[in-house]
Design a protein around this ligand. Sequence first.
Ligand SMILES: [Zn+2]
Length: 421
Amino acid sequence: MVACAGMPMAPSNLLSQILLMRTEQWLNPAELERRQWSRFQRVLRHAYDNSPFYARRFRDAGIIPGDIRDRADLSRIPIVTRRELRHPEELVPDSYDPARMKESFSSGSTGESVRTYFDSNAWRLGKHLLKLRARWACGVRPWDRAALIQAGDFSNSEFRRRILRQQSFSVHGPVKESLLELREFAPTVLYGFPTHFSELAEICNQDITPKCIFTSGEMLEDGTRRKIGNAFGAPVYDIYGSTELKEIAWECPRRDGYHINSDWVLVESVGEHDTIVVTSLYNYGMPLIRYELGDTGKLLDGLCRCGRSLPLMAPGVGRSVDYFQLPDGSRVSPYTLVNNVEVLPEIRQFQILQDTPDRVVVLVVPGPDYGDGSAERIRGAISDDLPGITIDTRCVDEIAREPSGKFRKVLSDLPRDESKT
Ligand SMILES: [Zn+2]
């Protein structure tokens, strides 16, 4: 990698980076915001000067970096969509060589895969240091034994097992086997998908006794959080992130919201559907400026009771592409639908799918109490929110996870109108 003028804006020394990160979470909010904005302007200038992709976009939008003077000007910068990352090399500045950079893949629920390149400084910061800060805040220490339950990356190297004390386990396959493997490893910290822990919670019988559990990748509803927390006897902390940006926001033990890593990520919630748009302030190797993740969420006012000045957000219930469309053209957030079905005790697992403009199908894995009136209760739980739409229910033995390991509680097969997000 060729060093680039103006970079890095973080100290390159590891210890200095750790100290800076530790300090910045406690800065007064105005100072933290000032630093964030300064980093934003620097990455904007870097992208404009060095990435042909951004130079062209800014020119087409009739702007130069100097035009973006404060947050009110952000909307003048065009949003980058996931579709535009099909050729990620186009975003990489000429002075960086993709072949020599770290990269992350995301398979994507609709089949399109996305590759993101990271310069070495960005990789260290995004992949390791931001996580370290957040986990430390929740009580994780280097001597903890961490089980990572995921879809890929089973590189259980010596370094990983002995030094990091981590081990990966597959989210695919029978949950009973998963429990046996975990019991043998005896983790003190668990990482994984909420739906997987929810399944484990039904059979774990206190076989595993972690001191805390971290979830990510799916929405964590209150009921699921309680179920997991009670079954394992440990607090559950959720993390909001993406392959392209790594961790964006996380819960501390106060759980007043999700702390945004605002020193290194700028998060916006835009439009009537609260679409999340993010900017990486540290990845100079592949600048992502105003990148639309395809999620929804809100920025929250006020600070967390823990005293950290990292601002708070509340991720939404799912991807903006999975909003349901009504025949009159309006859109329904999946949030209400999921919450209303979630509370029905006779359902073990479900997935709500809109397959045509006027039909929604609820796939159900029935629990022991599922009976004659259950289908009607499911329809009744969501029919008020879906006027003009036929609701069918269908019992199945199981609902498959996506190859990424995620479980989608809501899905829309309808073509998406990007202009509405
Ligand atoms: Zn906090």
